[in-house]
Structure formats: C-alpha cells, structure tokens
Design a protein around this ligand. Structure first.
Ligand SMILES: [Zn+2]
Length: 359
C-alpha cells in the first residue's frame, strides 16, 4: 500500500527517512535548526547520499521547501530509498542526494513559510539587487491578511472581486512574490534564510566535482487534484531542450502561458548553477494539485494571519493549522497513489536521462 509511505507528523517522517537511509547504507548528515518543532522535538534538514562521493553525476531530490508540502515529498523520498531503482542508479555511477525537509520549522509547525514568514521559494535572490515590485499584490495585501480571522463576508466579497479583476494579469501575479510586507503572503524575506544558507552549503558540498546534476524539488498545492505538473523554471534554452528530451512534452516551462505555476523570483533550484558552476544542471519542480485554489488561498491567508497573532485562541490556531495541512496534503489513498506513481516515473526518466539513455 503506497499510503504507508506517508507520515502523520514531521517527526515521524524524519525518523522514517533517517532509518531508511541508514538501512541501505546511505551516508547521512543532519543540519539541526536552532528552534524546536511543534511537539518540542529537534528539527533539522537531513541529507542522505547514496552512491560514490566522486560520481560524475548527481540526482538531487528535495522535500519540504514549503513546510507541509513535505508530507508528499518525504513519502516520495522514502519510496526511493526502498526502491531497487536507487541502487541501480548508484551502480551506474549516479549518486543520489536526498534533502529532507528544506523548511523543517514549517513542516513541523504546519506552515508553508519558515519561522520568519518567509516563502523560501521566493528567497533565493540576489539581495544586493532590489526585489521586483509587485503592484498586483499591493492591490490585495490588506484584503488577503485581514485584521480579524475568520474574515468577514464583506472582506471575502471584496477579495473575490479583486481576484477576478486581476486574474488576467500574469507577470507578476499575486503569488509571484513580494518584498514589502513581512506579514503578508509570498514574502521574499530581506536576507538569505537559514534554509537558504543550509541548502546552498549542502548542494555546494555534494555537488563539487560533478559533471551533471539533476534536481527535482517536490511541491504540492497547485493544479488539478493529484496531477503532478513538471515545471521548468528560468534556465537556458539548451537546458530546456535537454529537459524536454528526458521528461517529455508535458514538461512545462514556467514562462509558458498554460502553466499553473506563477512567475516567481528567487526559487530554490536557481542556486544550483550558482553553487556548482562547473556542472551541467537539469532542474525541475514537481507540483501536485490538492484542493481548489480558492481553498488553498484561504488556508494561506489564515496562516499569515496566525503568524501575526501568536496569542490567538488555541482552538482557532489549531483550526488554521489543520486547514494548511489539508491544503497541501490530501490524506486519501487515491491522491497518495498518484503522487508516488508519478514520482517514480519521473525519477526513472531522470536516471535514464543522466545515464545518457535518452536523446
Ligand atoms: Zn510549494
């Protein structure tokens, strides 16, 4: 049963990941966060490396960049650790690097953002340059994060009307990222976050000396229920051609008109060419749909409100966290089966691509 690979809490997911990595002889290292988890547990970004440290090719799979989206990503990683595919890849000279819980604070506390309300997939920026203005977000910020929660009917009506009005505008969109409202949604942060610095260090260390690096960063919350959209970010044209030859015509460039992905600034895979300039990089974001976008947005609004109201009633706080979890992790067997099945096919394509069996 594929559902068995999914965990109920961050702590359980972490323990299972570490156990499975040790069981197949992977090298494991942990980057412990200074804060604690929801149940006062230690939280960390854990790393498992399978295969030769000096293999020319490296396949990275990362989970939990957006906190509770890690339930799906962690299950995919656990499946890979227990799969003969991983060992076969290692035997073909492809090292496998699994980065578990990029955002362990959000994963444990059921927040898409990190401990400072930073959207980590908007945080991998050049902070010496200014973040792009987002006038579309400016128009709705006050409506998105109201003074009281739950929001009033009037607030909901005004926001719905604004979203309809703004729907045709894609660059930037509401969720593209913004740097002006630390209490808002899709906040880029003002400096590299702990997770940013940590993942850079991990990729720099394990990517050193590699000739080719493929990277799948697993997300949830956008698109049709259970569908895994393979999204290709802003990378060179030659890289896009290679990615299409590995992953097929359903790979979607995030600049294309028909993608469900917003045009973002500061996404995580952009660090790979910076930290590993000698290597060819083939990156992708895998995005699984969960609930309708209006429900996902409502969960994110609640999350932002709660981040600004740490004194909220415990029942209300628990309700908001539950809504966030439900928005990014569908606790249903059909959804879990779709997540794992599509991931395995994607991982297989990636290994074949790295092995040079495509093109
Ligand atoms: Zn995400």
């Amino acid at each position: 049963m594929s559902a068995r690979l999914f965990s109920v809490t961050y702590d359980e997911a972490r323990a299972r990941f570490l156990q499975a990595a040790a069981a197949i002889g992977a090298g494991v290292s942990s980057h412990v966060h200074s804060l604690e988890g929801m149940a006062d547990e230690e939280i960390a970004t854990d790393v498992a490396l399978l295969g030769a440290a000096d293999a020319a090719k490296l396949f990275i799979v990362s989970s939990g960049t957006h906190g509770p989206e890690g339930f799906a990503g962690s299950a995919c990683q656990l499946g890979l650790l227990g799969d003969a595919l991983a060992r076969r890849a290692a035997d073909r000279g492809i090292a496998l690097l699994l980065i578990h819980a990029v955002n362990p604070f959000g994963f444990s506390h059921l927040r898409r953002t990190n401990e400072d309300n930073v959207d980590l997939n908007r945080n991998f920026n050049d902070f010496a340059a200014s973040y792009p203005d987002n006038p579309v977000y400016e128009e709705v910020h006050a409506l998105l994060v109201p003074a009281a929660w739950p929001p009033s009917a009037a607030n909901e009506e005004r926001l719905a009307a604004a979203m309809v009005r703004l729907a045709g505008q894609r660059a930037p969109g509401v969720s593209s990222g913004q740097a002006r409202h630390p209490d808002g949604l899709f906040y880029s942060g003002a400096a590299p976050a702990w997770s940013n610095r940590t993942v850079r260090e991990i990729v720099r260390h394990h990517g050193a000396g590699r000739r080719h690096i493929a990277w799948i960063d697993i997300h949830t919350g956008l698109g049709p229920y259970g569908h895994g959209e393979k999204i290709f970010g802003r990378h060179p044209e030659a890289t896009l051609r290679r990615a299409l030859s590995w992953w097929g015509r359903d790979l979607i460039a995030s600049t294309a008109a028909d993608t469900i992905s917003p045009r973002t600034t500061g996404h995580i895979t952009s660090l790979a060419p910076q930290e590993c300039p000698e290597a060819a990089i083939t990156p992708s974001t895998l995005e699984y749909g969960t609930l309708p976008s209006s429900e996902v947005r409502r969960a994110l609004r609640g999350e932002a409100w709660l981040a600004g109201h740490p004194d909220a009633l415990p029942e209300l706080a628990a309700e908001i966290r539950r809504a966030v979890r439900d928005a990014f992790y569908v606790d249903a067997d059909d959804w879990k089966g779709m997540v794992l099945g599509q991931f395995r096919a994607f991982a297989l394509q990636t290994i074949k691509g790295l092995a040079g069996e495509c093109v």
